[in-house]
Write a protein that binds this ligand. Structure first.
Ligand code: SF4
Ligand code: SF4
Length: 295
């Protein structure tokens, strides 16, 4: 068997146990998000990252931010209590690549004690060209990139600013830079066998009509699945007064895009510290402040 075949087989096996990449797996296997990445290098107009928020469940929300050492401690605790834990992901609460050292150290810490778990991360993609190779070398085989548009004019309405190599960009210039890096990073990963999932936030009146074009483009780049998600207008964000996209509208768009590529339909838009099966949230049970009392 050639080494390439063995590698592909390994990814297929891991994907079968990844609750987000496999609809069949999501009733059986659990994931945990480790909130070790608080910083972000982009400001999306729909995002407001909140720490210490118990009652909200959406991306960017977490009750705690952990160091890589605390993250290892938490992983060991959760692994002991949840047998079906198969995936450890880093989904912020900021961007997993904005402080790459923290994300990388967290995965390395866990790899040193457990070789079975599947790693995944999600990112806005701005720094993918810098870190894609290191991501691969670390053994991360599932990467999610949020790509909301291919059109910088639309991007200028979605992104307030982008900070890249110490320089702040705004408007069309910011969107162009982000898009260029996203597409280059996605292609780099898919060409090397990483399974890439694309999240797309459907924002009515801004990018909704354009989403099928995004899906076609990322399909061309070899992505595995696209995940069209409703806008959740975060309180305090620039899109706070937008109405939440209905699931009817989302599903209609998914049905159109399904003709091009498989659609994720079971995403729960989880918190950055989510733990458990996708349809449950055990994040509060596993807050590190409960660690001592729980033992
Ligand atoms: Fe929020 Fe993610 Fe956008 Fe950063 S990239 S502002 S964390 S939604
Ligand atoms: Fe999976 Fe969606 Fe939750 Fe991410 S947000 S862990 S893709 S269900």
């Amino acid at each position: 068997v050639c080494p390439g075949t063995t590698k592909s087989q390994e990814i297929i096996e891991k994907t079968k146990k990844h609750p987000c990449y496999s609809a069949e797996a999501h009733h059986t296997y659990a994931r945990m998000h480790l909130p070790v990445a608080p910083q972000c290098n982009v400001q999306c107009n729909y995002c407001n990252r909140k720490f210490d928020c118990v009652n909200e469940s959406r991306p960017g929300v977490t009750s705690e931010v952990l160091t890589p050492d605390q993250a290892l401690d938490k992983f060991e605790w959760v692994k002991e209590k949840i047998d079906q834990l198969s995936v450890v992901g880093i989904a912020g609460p900021g961007d997993a690549l904005a402080e790459w050292k923290l994300t990388k150290q967290t995965f390395e810490n866990i790899k040193a004690v457990n070789s079975d778990v599947t790693f995944c991360l999600s990112t806005n993609g701005l720094l993918l060209p810098e870190y894609a190779e290191e991501i691969i070398q670390l053994g991360v085989q599932h990467v999610t990139v949020t790509v909301n548009t291919l059109d910088p004019e639309i991007g200028a309405k979605i992104y307030k600013f982008v900070v890249y190599k110490g320089i702040r960009y705004e408007g069309v210039e910011a969107a162009k830079l982000l898009l260029k890096n996203q597409l280059a990073g996605i292609e780099y990963l898919t060409k090397r066998g990483v399974l890439v999932k694309i999240n797309i936030v459907m924002i009515k009146g801004i990018n909704d009509h354009h989403i099928p074009a995004v899906v076609k483009k990322v399909k061309e780049l070899g992505v595995f699945v696209t995940n069209i998600m409703p806008l959740i207008p975060a309180p305090g964000s620039a899109f706070e007064h937008f109405s939440q996209t209905s699931m009817k509208e989302i599903n209609e768009l998914r049905n159109v895009c399904q003709l091009d590529i498989q659609q994720m339909r079971h995403c729960q838009q989880c918190r950055a510290d989510a733990i458990g099966l996708l349809n449950e949230d055990r994040s509060q049970e596993f807050r590190m402040c409960n660690r001592q009392t729980a033992e």
